[in-house]
Design a binder for this molecule. Structure first.
Ligand code: ADP
Ligand code: MG
Length: 161
């Protein structure tokens, strides 16, 4: 259940292509938690995932809006960036549960600030910088739904690790 699925990408295009495959298989109620430094590629990954969902509206960083919803894909995408709220995130009543337990897939940048409110069964993705434009992507699953999704992703995108 906690076994990690690891990838390396050499460009933002490669990161988005991988994310798009995940976007093709995510289901209602899936939660994807993203971590990694500023500029690691969390928003870039989300853009690829949106493409895989068939979303055509451009996905931008929701730093100022905190939550942005995209409804023109196979299922809704709820894109959250908690960075600006920081420690105050858990006190803000932004109706998080409507998203986490809603019809769409939730993707959360800087989820650490919101950890206690996020469903336990979730996919986590940590992105780190590698040489040049390289990135290391490490997925872990913390429950049965997330584990199933990770296995599907592994089938679609085999990794050499
Ligand atoms: P974050 O949301 O984690 O702060 P962004 O996705 O906004 O990061 O920014 C990542 C930046 O790094 C973008 O400018 C993107 O084009 C660039 N980049 C370069 N190589 C990669 C890669 N392999 N994967 C993802 N992004 C990359
Ligand atoms: Mg971002």
């Amino acid at each position: 259940m906690t076994q990690a699925l690891k990838y390396e990408t050499a460009s933002s295009g490669e990161t988005q292509a991988l994310a798009a495959r995940l976007g093709e298989i995510v289901q209602s109620g899936d939660v994807l938690c993203l971590s990694g430094d500023l500029g690691a590629g969390k928003t870039t990954f989300t853009q690829g995932l949106a493409r895989g969902l068939g979303i055509e509206e451009p996905v931008s960083s929701p730093t100022f809006t905190i939550i942005k919803e995209y409804d023109d894909g196979r299922i809704p995408l709820y894109h959250m960036d908690i960075y600006r709220l920081g420690e105050a995130a858990v006190q803000e009543d932004l109706g998080y549960d409507e998203y986490f337990y809603g019809e769409g897939v939730s993707v959360i940048e800087w989820y650490g600030f919101l950890e206690e409110l996020i469903p336990e069964d979730r996919l986590e993705l940590h992105i780190t910088l590698a040489e040049g434009d390289g990135r290391r992507l490490r997925f872990t699953a913390t429950g049965p739904h997330a584990t199933a999704r990770l296995k599907e992703l592994e089938q679609l995108c085999p990794t050499s690790h």
